[in-house]
Design a protein. Structure first.
Length: 271
């Protein structure tokens, strides 16, 4: 992500040796790298426009419309939304083809101003910190597993701890860590709760989030999924980000994807 920003445009730097974004060999640019690149571009643009005023929260909605290929350049763009303060339209293009587009906005809300646990919701029991199985979250490197083993809370919810990347302790949780943890949680649920076969590929369609932009690293986090199954060909997961110590809701994450087998994946890639 070392490329310079010129008029709020940037050429995405794709380093296939990166151990986080390319945890295992891929035949396309991962969605997490696109999100990270567009977020960083929006942060820089917003900082200049807001004269360095720190953001409390980030609210984003992205749609992934095509595979982002490895054999060509990817240009990221970020433009202010007319009439909306601290809101940006973002996109990723390869030549004339748009591969991802949406919006990213920042608010001045305090990152921890989520309030006490909701009515009837006691403080959460912090789930065990043992890592979820790598195959369930589609990760190969143990240091990149960011969710713990899932725990069912009665019939109504499944929870999992958000874990620190091994060897990369930081003073604050970053939005990229939180979004990747949510992606892994959604992937895990597809296998453990919805019975997807282990060789299924999940192709991102959309991402929606409303999370703290900077959150104290001492706050223990968990992801909570209210048990639900939306009918239809798409996989949908809407999860709550919560303070595991108090039960307070801190944000929300929603993912949509298509689950395809190896044969359909090859057909999709060749089309």
């Amino acid at each position: 992500m070392a490329a310079s920003v010129i008029e709020r445009f940037r050429e995405l730097v794709v380093d296939e040796s990166d151990p986080f974004y390319f945890d295992h060999p891929l035949d396309h640019v991962p969605g997490m790298l696109l999100f990270s690149g567009m977020l960083d571009l929006a942060v820089r643009a917003d900082s200049a426009r807001s004269r360095g005023r720190r953001a409390g929260r980030v609210v984003a909605g992205l749609d992934f419309t095509r595979f982002c290929e490895l054999d060509r350049g990817t240009t990221l763009s970020c433009r202010p939304v007319p009439g909306r303060n601290r809101a940006w339209t973002v996109a990723a293009r390869q030549g004339a083809r748009e591969v991802c587009a949406g919006s990213i906005a920042f608010t001045d809300d305090d990152a921890l101003a989520a309030g006490p646990p909701g009515p009837g919701r006691p403080p959460a029991a912090i789930p065990p910190s043992r890592q979820a199985p790598a195959d369930l979250v589609h990760r190969h490197r143990p240091e990149n597993i960011l969710v713990g083993e899932p725990v069912r809370r009665g019939r109504g919810a499944v929870e999992a701890a958000v874990l620190r990347p091994l060897g990369r302790d930081r003073a604050a949780w970053s939005p990229v860590e939180i979004v990747e943890a949510g992606r892994q949680f959604a992937t895990l649920l597809e296998h453990s709760e919805h019975g997807r076969p282990m060789d299924a590929r999940l192709l991102w369609v959309s991402l929606r989030l409303d999370v703290p932009f900077r959150l104290d690293g001492a706050v223990p986090l968990l992801l909570r999924w209210p048990v639900a199954r939306v009918p239809g060909p798409r996989s949908r997961c809407a999860a709550t980000l919560a303070d595991a110590a108090t039960g307070a809701d801190l944000g929300s994450l929603a993912y949509e994807a298509y689950a395809v087998d190896a044969e359909r994946y090859e057909r999709t890639r060749s089309s």
